[in-house]
Design a protein around this ligand. Structure first.
Ligand SMILES: C[S@@+](CC[C@H](N)C(=O)[O-])C[C@H]1O[C@@H](n2cnc3c(N)ncnc32)[C@H](O)[C@@H]1O
Length: 63
């Protein structure tokens, strides 16, 4: 079995579009916290969080 690793730098909503389906075994992520670390990572109001994450989670399905 061949195992390969690659790192991508950019907006995940764009970068994930270039990843082939059925090519990823594991996704490990640390997405922004809704408003709780606003000064460090920027903020996203909790009411906007699901709407922000939904298109990203669709890209993460990578089928
Ligand atoms: C909670 S922090 C991650 C903290 C990191 N795990 C650490 O230990 O320092 C969330 C990170 O997601 C990044 N981020 C936010 N929106 C992003 C996006 N659309 N694509 C890629 N990274 C994003 C932010 O720049 C921030 O660095």
């Amino acid at each position: 079995m061949k195992i390969s690793t690659s790192l991508m730098l950019g907006d995940c909503k764009e970068e994930l579009k270039g990843v082939k389906g059925n090519s990823v075994d594991l996704i490990f992520t640390s997405p922004p916290y809704a408003d709780s670390r606003k000064n460090t990572y920027g903020g996203l109001h909790p009411d906007e969080y699901v709407g922000w994450f939904e298109p990203i989670s669709k890209e993460l399905q990578l089928n």
